[in-house]
Design a protein around this ligand. Structure first.
Ligand code: SF4
Length: 448
């Protein structure tokens, strides 16, 4: 085995990029490359461009590797390689830049590079022409639950977001292939699959047109009917992507009562400036519908604080509305300018001062911590199905179907098998459990 063919992939950003990294590792191994963490010959940076800071972070890491290993081969790929060419293409010490448009052929480009057959070192083309979408990923050794990419790209073009320019238009993996993949994963001992993508609400299987749209609900229905996997979880959804058909599927307890709602704000004028496809009333409908139709659900949300032009009154409107609505936790993001987005270009003179963004974010985080703690205490005494994530030696943590992290009490005297689901009685709430934002539950397995 030629040592210059051993590699490591440095992975950044979202679950979709983690999935892409897993797939890339698999494809490189199939092509004769070998994974090696200590002093590999090839360092591949699978970058994230969601913020300017994310790109800067990967560049810093690549520079550090170059300084430490002058003979290593350095490859920049991923979203920054697609949208931040100005920063990457002339970066000293980078051997190849392979944008998302060409990520599917990275192993053959690397092979040709080592054969001295490449004249170019930057591979990038119009991402909106990208049609292909690789299936077959999803398992990293030792994982008990896995993120399965069902869709890539996005057709929305929200004003603050660069992702459509990095990943192209929405493309979906056919239901038939995903059902087959989930059966394989289940046969490999995976107990939970998280259906993920850049914008899963855009999911559409165009393989076989039918009278009913083959959208996300159709996929979830097929997974529940045609596979035996114990737990199915959905990643982010927008308020308008919830509908009666999807909500009705949660009657099946294998579909985890956990919603991650990408709302970003709860004031209609701000949502319009963000180019989001819904109003504050839609946010109200969605959160209320979840509470009524799928009671006991864990509802997490993403909210941006201090979007350009957001006035004090508009922020108070968002804050007040969220205070009244049912949810469990908020992930708060103070607005950060992302070069290459409409918001950064067109709203430069409407920027909310950084200290005001921070103050608004702090208020939302405080509201969220109080709400999370109150919700956690109502779990005490309940019996829940919890998936063992790791052994006592590694913390004895588990995750319930409704997304509560549980620390298993008395684990040191038990045999806990990662990937197995057990019933636990919740005995307490430990907000000092640093391993999770806002802490987690404590529970004792029921005698089997
Ligand atoms: S829906 Fe909006 S925020 Fe989400 S990936 Fe698409 S453009 Fe970005």
């Amino acid at each position: 085995m030629n040592s210059r063919y051993n590699f490591v992939v440095h992975s950044y950003g979202c679950k979709v990029n983690t999935y892409d990294t897993g797939l890339l590792q698999k494809r490189l191994e199939r092509a004769g490359f070998q994974q090696r963490v200590d002093k590999p010959a090839v360092h591949i940076f699978n970058t994230c461009a969601v913020t300017a800071e994310a790109t800067r972070g990967a560049i810093k890491d690549a520079r550090r590797v170059r300084a430490r290993e002058p003979l290593a081969t350095i490859v920049m790929t991923g979203c920054s390689a697609q949208v931040d060419g100005a920063q990457l293409d002339h970066l000293p010490g980078v051997d190849l830049v392979v944008a998302n448009s060409h990520k599917g052929e990275l192993e053959s480009l690397l092979d040709r590079y080592f054969r001295g057959e490449l004249r170019e070192r930057v591979f990038r083309s119009n991402i909106f022409r990208k049609e292909d979408l690789e299936a077959g990923g999803g398992v990293e050794a030792g994982h008990t639950r896995t993120f399965l990419k069902i869709q890539d790209g996005c057709n929305s073009f929200c004003s603050y977001c660069v992702i459509p320019y990095a990943r192209g238009k929405s493309r979906s993996i056919p239901i038939r292939e995903l059902v087959g993949r989930i059966r394989e994963l289940h046969a490999q001992g995976i107990g939970e699959v998280v259906l993920t993508g850049v914008h899963i609400g855009d999911y559409e299987d165009s393989e076989m047109a039918q009278e009913r749209p083959r959208d996300l609900s159709a996929l979830v229905e097929a997974v529940l009917e045609q596979t035996a996997i114990e737990r199915v979880r959905l990643s982010s959804l927008e308020p308008v992507e919830l509908n009666e058909r999807l909500l009705a599927l949660f009657a099946n307890e294998r579909l985890c009562r956990h919603f991650h709602m990408s709302i970003q704000a709860a004031n209609t004028r701000v949502l319009q400036a963000m180019k989001r496809q819904y109003s504050a009333e839609d946010v109200e409908w969605a959160l209320t519908a979840i509470a009524e139709r799928v009671p006991g659900s864990f509802v997490g949300m993403d909210v941006i604080a201090g979007f350009p032009g957001e006035t004090d009154e508009e922020f108070e409107d968002t804050y007040g509305r969220l205070e009244r609505l049912p949810w469990t936790r908020i992930h708060v993001f103070p607005y950060s300018e992302r070069p290459g987005t409409k918001a950064a270009a067109l709203m430069a003179d409407a920027m909310v001062p950084k200290h005001v963004r921070a103050a608004r974010a702090a208020r939302l985080r405080e509201l969220s911590s109080e709400r999370f703690a109150r919700a956690a205490l109502t779990q005490v005494g309940q019996v829940k199905a919890a998936l063992i994530l790791n052994t006592p030696a590694h913390g004895a943590q588990a995750l319930t179907r409704d997304y509560w992290p549980v620390q298993i009490e008395g684990a040191e005297s038990m045999v806990l098998r990662p990937g197995h689901e057990i019933l636990v009685r919740v005995t307490g709430y430990d907000h000092s459990n640093e391993s999770r934002m806002d802490g987690g539950l404590v529970g004792r397995p029921l005698e089997s």
